[in-house]
Design a protein around this ligand. Sequence first.
Ligand SMILES: Cc1cc2nc3c(=O)[nH]c(=O)nc-3n(C[C@H](O)[C@H](O)[C@H](O)COP(=O)(O)OP(=O)(O)OC[C@H]3O[C@@H](n4cnc5c(N)ncnc54)[C@H](O)[C@@H]3O)c2cc1C
Length: 458
Amino acid sequence: MSENRLKYDVVVVGLGPAGSSLVYFLRNTGLRVAGIDLVDWNGIWGKPCGDAIGEHHFDETGLPKPSGPSLKNRVEGIDIYSPSEEIRLRVKGLGYIIDRNEYGKMLLKEAEKAGVDLYLKTQVKAPILEDGKLVGVKAKNSNGELIFEAKIVVDATGTGAVLRRRLPKTWPVNEPLKPTDANIAYRKILDLEDTIEDYQYIRIYVNQRIAPGGYWWFFPEGPSSVNVGLGVQGGRGYPSPKEIYEKELAHRPELRNIKRVKADAGAMVPTRRPANTLVWDNFLGIGDNGYTVNPVHGGGMGYAMSAAFYASKAIVEAFEKGDFSRYGPLWKTNLDYMKGIGAKQAALDIFRIYLQSLTDEEIEWALKNGVVKADDAYTISADGELKANLGVVDKARILISMLKRPVMLLQLRTVGNYMKDIKNLYKEYPENPDDLNKWVGKVEDLYSRFKSELGIEW
Ligand SMILES: Cc1cc2nc3c(=O)[nH]c(=O)nc-3n(C[C@H](O)[C@H](O)[C@H](O)COP(=O)(O)OP(=O)(O)OC[C@H]3O[C@@H](n4cnc5c(N)ncnc54)[C@H](O)[C@@H]3O)c2cc1C
C-alpha cells in the first residue's frame, strides 16, 4: 500500500464543533493547517445532539451567528420543570436550535476558501512519537496510508479521544473519563402534526425516575418539529436511555401525533469539570476530548468553540515564538480556559454531583419552596454560584420552610461552600506546568472531602 507524507504546521483531528471552529479561527493566520475527519460532508457535526446553544457563545468567540439554513429556531429561554411537572421555572436567555451539519459546513467551507486543507473520509489511527516527542499522526483513506507531520497536533475527536488515550500514560493529558462522570444520551427529531405551544422556549424536565442522574428534554425546532431525548448518568447500572425513551416518553401526549421521525441516535457526553490540562508538548485536546462541557446541562458545543478560540490564539503565539512545548505559549490555552470558564464548570461539577444524589421528592420540595428560583437557576448556570436564597435573612419564609429539612439546609450550605472553594482553586490554575501535579492533588483532595462529607460513594 502506498504511503503519502504530508507536512503541516498544525494538524487538527476531528472536525466537530471543536475542530472546525479551530480551523476557522486559524484560517487567515498564514499557518499551514490540515483538518481531518472520518466523515464526508453529510456527516459533518454528525454527533447526535439536542442542537441547542446560547447566543452568548457567538458573542464571546466572534463566530458567525446561525442564520439561513443553519438556523432552525430562535430560542427565548428555558422552561425547567420539577419532577411532578407542577412547578415551572422560566429562565430567559437568547439562544438557537441549529442545524449542526449546515453550521459546521459553513465554518469549514470558509476555512477551506482561505487555504486550510481538509481531508474528509480520512481516519486517523494513532499519534506518531519520535524519541518521546509528538511529531504527527498516522491516517488512512482511499488513497492508502497517510503520514501527517506537524509542529502542533490537536485532538478534537470528542469522547473517542483517538490520540489522547494513545499518548504516554505519563503525560497528564492522558486522563481517562470515569463512567460516572458522563451521561449516556439518546434523542429523536420528530415532525409533529400539532403546533407546539410556546415553541420559542426549550423545555428541561428534571426527573430522577425517568432520567436518573440527567434530565429529559423537549427542544422545539420550530412550530411543529421537536428534538426530544434524555441523558442518564453512566456507570450506575441504569437502563439505557433508548429503552427509557420508549417506555416513558414515546407515549406522552406531546408526542402523540408524529408525522415523521427525522433522526434517531444516541451518544455519550462528558459531564465533569474540564480535563486537568488541555495542553502538553506539541499537543492540544479540546472540546469533548478535553471535557469542556457544562456539567449540569451537558451543553458542549459553545465550550468547544471557546476552547478552540483560546487554542487558536495560543497556537499563533507559539509559532511567533517558535516554542511548541508545554512551557511556551500553548499553556495559555489552559490559563485562559481554566481561570474563566473552567472555574465555573468545576463549580457546576460539584453542583452536578449533589443534584445526582437527590431524590425526586427533594428536588420537588426545593423548587416548590422557592429554594431555587428562576434567577438562581440562571446564576448557577452562568456563574457557577449557588446563591440559591441560602442564608438570606430577608427571605424568612424560605428559611423557615428550610428548617423543616435541616439535612438539606446543611447540605446546600456545604455544596455552596465547595462550589466557591473549587472556583478559587481554578483561579489559581498553575502558571507553570511543573506545578500541575501539586494543583491536581489539591483538586482531588477537595473532591474527596466533598464526597465524603455528603456520603457520596461513586
Ligand atoms: C444526545 C446528546 C445531546 C446533546 N445536546 C447538546 C445540546 O443541546 N447543546 C450542546 O451544546 N451540546 C449538546 N451535546 C454535547 C455536544 O454534542 C458535544 O459537546 C459536541 O458535539 C462536542 O464537539 P466536539 O467537536 O468536541 O466533538 P464531536 O462533536 O464528537 O466531534 C468529533 C469529530 O471527530 C471525528 N473523529 C472521531 N474519530 C476520528 C478519527 N479516528 N479520525 C478522524 N476523525 C475522527 C468525528 O467524526 C467527529 O466529526 C449533546 C450530546 C449528546 C450525546
